[in-house]
Write a protein that binds this ligand. Structure first.
Ligand code: PGA
Length: 276
């Protein structure tokens, strides 16, 4: 395992050295989960700044705004900005008041959907089985699922982290064929790190992403399982993503509060952007 420096110190040094070593290894995905935040005006302002960014050709930026603003992305977003929904229903249509179908998301040009976020699991009681149906439905409609998994603090403290994550993966991916595995993205988001300002450490992330990788390989075989991107989420921000990006099996980030501020998001893009 690498000898990690203090994350803030690395971020300070980041500049060229860390950045280039990250970039030589792999392209990264920066995904922004806005949750239930921003007005239409704020969304327009954010997009205006984002659209002017000098995007890297290797790294990917995916935004997850509230669904009422998806039309702004379809109409105004820079083609380098991909986007999607924060949740979807599994049915094509029907009597499901308040829900949005994958077909509707597709109409708005969505390429992705977050599924199984811990807020959906904990506040809206979504089960792994339900999330599994959503994963399958998204794949049918050509929407790439960003499947969130993560353990609660007691589960980590009692040594059950791997068991919890493996069970989530098995159930949520039960309906996915190996031939579709390349369309999946996994976001490892420890519940105790979400919105707390306390990110998991690079050591914890490296170990856990390694375990997730093993499970994906056992589910889908080496070829398919080793190619699935695994994002880290949970208080990821400009102070810590450079160090975390160096971890084996970290393919990018799912960022909540830090991504709401366009200046911080731009700073994070700068950290992982290749030089032109
Ligand atoms: P956070 O949220 O970055 O604010 O911790 C991440 C998430 O919930 O996806």
């Amino acid at each position: 395992m690498m000898d990690y420096m203090d994350q803030k110190a690395i971020a300070a040094l980041v500049g060229e050295k860390v950045r280039n070593s990250v970039l030589k290894r792999k392209p990264l995905i920066l995904a922004a989960n806005w949750k239930m935040n921003k007005t239409e005006r704020e969304t327009r302002q954010y997009l205006q700044t984002l659209n002017g960014y000098d995007f890297s050709t290797r790294n990917k930026v995916i935004l997850f705004p509230p669904s009422p603003y998806l039309y702004l992305f379809r109409e105004n977003a820079n083609p380098c900005v991909q986007y999607g929904t924060q949740n979807l229903h599994f049915a094509e249509k029907g009597a499901f008041t308040g829900e949005i179908s994958p077909a509707m998301a597709k109409d708005f040009g969505c390429g992705y959907s977050i599924l199984g976020h811990s807020e959906r699991r904990d506040l809206f009681h979504e089960s792994d089985e339900l999330i599994g149906k959503k994963v399958a439905a998204c794949l049918t409609y050509g929407i790439r699922p960003v499947l969130c998994i993560g353990e609660h603090l007691e589960e980590r403290k009692s040594g059950r982290c791997r068991e919890v994550l493996y069970s989530q993966l098995e159930k949520c991916l039960a309906n996915v064929d190996s031939s579709d595995a390349a369309k999946l993205l996994i976001a490892y988001e420890p519940v105790w790190a979400i919105g707390t300002g306390e990110s998991a450490s690079p050591e914890q992330i490296e170990e856990t992403h390694g375990e997730i990788r093993q499970k994906l390989i056992s589910l889908f075989g080496f070829g398919a399982g080793s190619g699935i991107p695994i994002l880290y989420g949970g208080s990821a921000g400009p102070d810590n993503i450079a160090a975390t990006a160096l971890c084996e099996n970290v393919s990018g980030f799912l960022i909540g509060s830090a991504a709401l501020d366009i200046q911080k998001f731009v700073k994070m893009m700068d950290l992982v952007n290749e030089k032109k």
